[in-house]
Design a protein around this ligand. Structure first.
Ligand code: FAD
Length: 306
């Protein structure tokens, strides 16, 4: 039986595990893949005090930091069920039917970006195809870019990027923008943003090295068009990895785990942190801070309940 079992080993899970182990309690980490989304990131320039690093490097450093402590790290394993037993222990069932028991749990299963699923998107990921305006916006200073998606995150991204990029084209699939009116008004006032509705992106184009543009179909006329671009920000949704928790723990309508300001969830003894939760702004530094908070919240729970 663990004192604290952390599910997920991205920034949130690593921070939670280190904070737990430093309390001298029996700590375990269970993760499908060490590092999470950071493994898919190339340049990282907003991790404060480290002006430049790369995803795999940051992951290796976090792993080394975890291995400084007595933490039972289990990778290549996926959790599929969480239950709280009458004796207060939390039972985690893995996809291979193995069960793990812990007095407290920190959920840090992160999220994944919804993809367009068009040719070129995967090939040019991190080479012009981007997902995070706060992270990669500055790479496109004075360059023409596109934002895919006209919901709140797409329009927020367009407003944000318009201050950096030369020009921003927003491509929205439907015939209306779904963003809040204040955001629509704001974006309409910007001279270097063009909005194209009823536009279905069909292909990301590149020169073998980086993005050079995209093709889209006008869904009203069925005509194909080309845009020359240096960058494409895909903003069609961030999906939390919480499908396995549905029905057992309180999630919001986006599927994010609802937490309070101690990172507690609707199950006593279960805390959560990072991109899987309803925390606003999904970033490495924020996930690490939230992971530390969740771990301290869980430790406080342990002091009071065992
Ligand atoms: P994740 O990093 O998503 O980690 C989730 C962990 O949970 C993984 O270990 C995963 O394997 C595991 N897991 C998931 N489901 C299960 C399960 N059922 N059972 C067991 N384990 C499970 N942020 C920045 O601050 N700066 C950047 O420059 C930056 N660039 C980015 C570039 C890209 C391409 C992407 C995709 C993201 C970028 N981000 C950046 C965002 C940042 O990576 C995330 O905010 C951060 O990784 C979230 O951390 P997390 O620990 O909450 O989740």
């Amino acid at each position: 039986t663990f004192d604290m079992l952390v599910i997920g080993a991205g920034p949130a899970g690593s921070a939670a595990a280190i904070y737990a182990a430093r309390k001298g309690i029996k700590t375990g980490v269970l993760a499908e893949r060490l590092g999470g989304q950071v493994m898919d990131t190339m340049a990282i320039e907003n991790f404060i005090s480290v002006p430049y690093t790369e995803g795999p490097k940051l992951v290796a450093a976090a792993e080394m930091h975890m291995r400084e402590y007595d933490i039972d790290i289990m990778t290549g394993q996926k959790a599929k069920r969480i239950e709280r037993k009458e004796d207060g222990l939390i039972l985690i069932t893995l996809e291979n039917e193995v069960t793990l028991k812990s007095k407290s749990v920190v959920l840090a299963t992160g999220a994944r970006w919804r993809l367009m699923n068009v040719p070129g998107e995967d090939e040019y990921r991190n080479r012009g195809v981007a997902f995070c305006p706060h992270c990669d916006g500055p790479l496109f200073k004075n360059k023409p870019i596109a934002v895919i998606g006209g919901g709140n995150s797409g329009i927020e991204a367009a407003i944000d990027l318009a201050g950096i990029a030369l020009h921003v084209t927003v491509l929205e699939f439907s015939d209306t923008l779904r963003a809040d009116k204040v955001l629509q008004d704001k974006v309409a006032s910007l001279s270097n943003v063009t909005i194209i509705k009823s536009a279905q992106t069909t292909e990301v184009l590149g020169d073998g090295n980086k993005v050079t543009g995209l093709n889209y179909t006008d869904r009203l006329t069925n005509q194909s068009h080309h845009l020359a671009l240096d960058g494409i920000f895909v903003q069609i949704g961030l999906l939390p990895n919480t499908e396995w928790l549905k029905g057992d723990i309180e999630l919001n309508k986006m599927g994010e785990i609802i937490t309070n300001n101690h990172q507690a969830t609707s199950i006593p003894g279960v805390f959560a942190a990072g991109d899987a939760t309803d925390v606003p702004y999904k970033q490495i530094i924020i996930s690490m801070g939230e992971g530390a908070k969740a771990s301290l919240g869980a430790f406080d729970y342990l002091i009071r309940n065992s």
